[in-house]
Structure formats: C-alpha cells, structure tokens
Design a protein around this ligand. Structure first.
Ligand code: NAP
Length: 306
C-alpha cells in the first residue's frame, strides 16, 4: 500500500485527486501539506518541509500546487526518498525536469509527470483510428472561460503560469499522443493582456514532415458554450474528439461516449509505475508550449481584470 501525501489542497486536488485516490486500490491518503487548507480527519502540515520533518510515514507525494513551485517541492521529496506525482504542466520550464528525472533514477523512485487528458476515454480509440487512417489536416479549438474555471488563481497569469496554455497544454498532450508522426511549430501569435505576464489567447500553426497542417486556436475568454475539440480529416472521414477527449465522432456519428475517468486512470498508472520501479515523464507537450513562447509573435490585448 502506497502511503500518499497530497501537497497543495486547491481546486484540482479537491475536485479530482481526493475522489480518485479514494477509489484506487493500492494507495491511501495519509497526510495533507497545504499552507491554508485542511481536510477533516487527515493529518495536516503547513508545508512539505514540515511534513517531511514530522517523521509521519509517507511513501509518495502528489504535487497539486501551481507549476512555479513544483520543482523545489519535487526535489525535496525525491531527496527524502519519496515517489512523486506531478500535476500538469510538469514544471514552469522544460529544463527543470532533467534534474528531477536524474534524481528519481538515482534513488530508484518513481517520477510521474501526469497528463490527465490522455486518460480521457476517447483518446486511445482516436490513437488507434489514426494509426490506421493517416491524418490530412488537424484543427484544435480549446476555448474556455478563465473566470469560470480558474477564479482567483493569480498564479496562472504570472511568469511560469502559462496563461491560456494551462488548458491548451491538455490539447497538446492529446495531440502528441494520438498523431502518428511528430510535429513542430511553424508560426504562432500570442495575445498578452497589457497588465499580465502570460497569454490569454493564442493561435498556433504546426506541421509534420509530410506537411500535414495542424492549427490550434486557444482562448481563455470564451463565454457561452465551452469548446475542447480536436478535428482530424482523414480519407475515412472527419474524426472529432470532443469535450476534452471524452467523446469521439466520425463524420458526426458517435463512436465513443463514456463517463469521465481521467484521474482514476492517473492513480492506477501511478500505482503500477511504483510497483515496477519505473518513471513516466514525457515533456513533448511542454516543449511545444516553450516553442510557442520562442517563436510566437506577441501582441498586446485588453487588460484582464479577473
Ligand atoms: P489552485 O486552486 O490555486 O490550487 C493550488 C493550491 O496550491 C492552492 O490552493 C494553494 O494551497 C497551493 N499553493 C498556491 N500557491 C502556492 C505557493 N506559492 N506555494 C505553495 N503552495 C501554493 O490551483 P488548481 O486549479 O488546483 O491547479 C493546480 C495545478 O493543477 C495546476 O498546475 C493546474 O494546471 C492543474 N490542473 C488544474 C485543473 C483545474 O480544473 N483547476 C485541472 C487539471 C489540472 P494553500 O494556499 O493551502 O497552500
């Protein structure tokens, strides 16, 4: 049984991690480390340092804090011999992951950089379909309202918070998993609110070696219906992954419609990785975001007041 401490008891920890841990065999919640939040019936510590110094028996930590503080926490946990599960994105930079991977390898501990959208029920079927039917063109529409999904989360518009790439990286985590060939950024435009340090909208153009065009439109100010869709044109028809990977359609006909089970999938995989003494760190989605910051033309858009 893996004795797990959850670090950063915020929105995603409460919405998804707690219920998923509770229903996963082989793992149990034994402590919370969070500066302000507590959970009834579970030992609480104000920081990861306090937790590790307390001597409470913990095998693993799940870091549900914002990306800007995770490298330090992961380094500390690994140095104390703990397995580490990282929420997405795995860090605030790409290069900060290499020392973590090295530390996990050296200590024989598991480091798992999670991509929750890859565990959505229609993702594996989409990958299998595209292995048989080559993509001809891809369009991504990832448009949500930051005021609804991230109220009061100032870190998201601070350096390293990724802005609209915080949700947009979920689309990239799906694309890098389902498309049969690697792809690269050719052009990007990023809209930065005049008063913020991270983009609130982005348009990205990618291609692969065969010249298949991939266009992604990301927006963090979508009102009305929210859109998390990927469309792939193939000789067999138009494949649509909808609602963040939970539904799959071919030319509008439903192929898959299954209940959401992303986080149980994450914890099942974590338990398996620990049992096998393995790690799972794929940085491809974060590399694409870094490329967008490198290559993207920056425009200034209206200030965002929250
Ligand atoms: P959140 O609600 O702000 O929760 C993060 C928690 O971490 C905070 O409640 C806070 O708890 C702690 N924290 C914040 N700043 C910290 C700091 N500087 N040092 C140490 N602890 C700090 O954010 P969230 O929405 O849960 O997102 C956390 C991560 O999960 C992000 O990387 C996000 O991309 C990912 N995620 C979010 C969602 C979603 O729908 N919100 C979905 C999937 C993945 P204390 O004040 O108690 O320490």
């Amino acid at each position: 049984m893996i004795r797990l401490a959850l670090v950063g008891l915020g929105k995603i920890a409460r919405d998804q991690h707690l219920p998923a841990i509770a229903k996963t065999e082989g793992i149990e919640l034994v402590a919370i480390a969070s500066r302000n939040a507590t959970l009834e019936g579970v030992p609480h510590f104000a920081s990861l340092d306090e937790l590790l110094a307390s001597g409470v028996a913990v095998d693993a930590v799940a870091l549900c804090t914002p990306p800007q503080v995770r490298r330090e926490q992961a380094t500390l946990a690994l140095s104390h011999g703990k397995h580490v599960l990282l929420e997405k994105p795995p860090g605030a930079t790409v290069s900060e992951l290499a020392p973590l991977v090295a530390a996990a390898d050296a200590s024989g501990r598991t480091l798992f950089a999670t991509w929750h959208s890859r565990f959505a029920p229609a993702v594996e079927p989409a990958r299998a379909f595209l292995a048989e039917h080559a993509p001809r063109a891809v369009t991504v529409e990832w448009k949500e309202d930051v005021r609804v999904w991230h109220p009061g989360q100032d870190w998201i518009f601070e350096p390293g918070g990724l802005g609209v790439f915080d949700p947009g990286i979920n689309a990239l985590s799906i694309l890098t998993h389902i498309l049969p060939a690697p792809f690269f950024l050719t052009k990007a435009t990023l809209g930065f609110p005049a008063n913020r340090d991270a983009p609130i909208e982005a348009t990205l153009d990618f291609a692969d070696n065969a010249g298949v065009p991939i266009r992604a439109e990301l927006d963090f100010l979508q009102t009305g219906p929210q859109t998390w869709d990927i469309h792939v044109e193939t000789a067999a028809g138009r494949l649509t992954l909808s609602l963040g990977g939970s539904k799959l359609f071919l030319d509008g006909t439903s192929l898959i419609e299954a209940p959401e089970a992303e986080y149980p999938g994450i914890y099942k995989h974590f338990v398996d990785l620990v049992a096998r003494g393995a790690s799972d760190v794929d940085l491809a989605p974060l590399q694409h975001v870094a490329d967008a910051f490198l290559l993207g033309r920056r425009i200034v858009v209206a200030p965002f007041e929250g």
